[in-house]
Design a protein around this ligand. Structure first.
Ligand code: MN
Length: 242
């Protein structure tokens, strides 16, 4: 990755070559990648034995890393997209006229958003805190009990054919379980069905890359184990903010 110093030197050199006068720092802001791969909020080993370290390393460093790289390349090549937040790109895909660019960002800005979210709503087993009174009450009101909610969410994760995500969203003030294919998510207005739109507060990656090294074809075992590493404090925070 280019250091700011390198960018600055390159810019100054180019400016001098073109006979330009000194410019404000914002003049070379677009040399900077739009997005950066966030650090994991724990060590890759910390979710073991439920999610193994090798899976976490590859999933974060390689898969999530590639989504960030690909999204950045598409944005660097399309000046109209520069300076936009990740949320505005993910929530404003239909406004991108070029279908190829829209597809790249649907998959890769979507992938970046989904994975950054996913790391944050997990925590080492025993350190994920509690759902708290308000979220627990809302889950009971909507699904009957926490166990029933987990069963229904697990079914959504199991039924998602191929690659995708299961979600718990807040939609019109109510909790709802949904799922999306590939790297689509409930923020993608005009892309996913309106019935699946909302504010995600919990999400589970059911792509094989999320579990295959340890669980192979046993997606249901992965889902069952994953409940041990849900960061309920973070999910509750997102519920209260939704
Ligand atoms: Mn993934």
């Amino acid at each position: 990755m280019n250091t700011p110093d390198f960018n600055r030197r390159s810019f100054v050199k180019l400016s001098l070559a073109a006979g330009a006068v000194a410019a404000a720092p914002t003049a070379f802001a677009q040399d900077k990648p739009a997005f950066a791969l966030p650090a994991l909020p724990y060590q890759p080993t910390d979710l073991e034995p439920h999610i193994d370290a090798k899976t976490m390393e590859i999933h974060h460093g390689k898969h999530h890393g590639a989504y960030v790289t690909n999204a950045n390349a598409a944005i660097a090549a399309n000046p109209a997209l520069q300076g936009k937040t990740l949320e505005s790109i993910v929530g404003g895909l239909p406004a991108i006229a070029d279908e190829a660019v829209r597809t790249i960002l649907r998959n890769n800005a979507g992938g970046h958003w989904n994975h950054a979210f996913f790391w944050d709503i997990m925590a080492p087993a025993g350190k994920g805190g509690e759902a708290g009174d308000k979220l627990t009450a809302a889950i009971k009101a909507e699904f009957g009990s926490m166990d029933e909610f987990k069963k229904l969410f697990g079914e959504a994760a199991a039924k998602r054919f191929g690659s995708g995500w299961a979600w718990l969203i807040v939609q019109d003030g109510k909790l709802k379980i949904t799922s999306t294919p590939n790297q689509d998510n409930p923020l993608m207005k005009g892309i996913v069905p309106a019935s699946d739109l909302g504010t995600p507060i919990l999400g589970l990656d059911v792509w094989e890359h999320a579990y295959y090294l340890h669980y192979q074809n046993r997606r249901a075992d992965y889902v069952t184990a994953w409940w041990n590493v849900v960061n309920w404090s973070e999910v509750a925070k997102r519920y209260l903010n939704a």
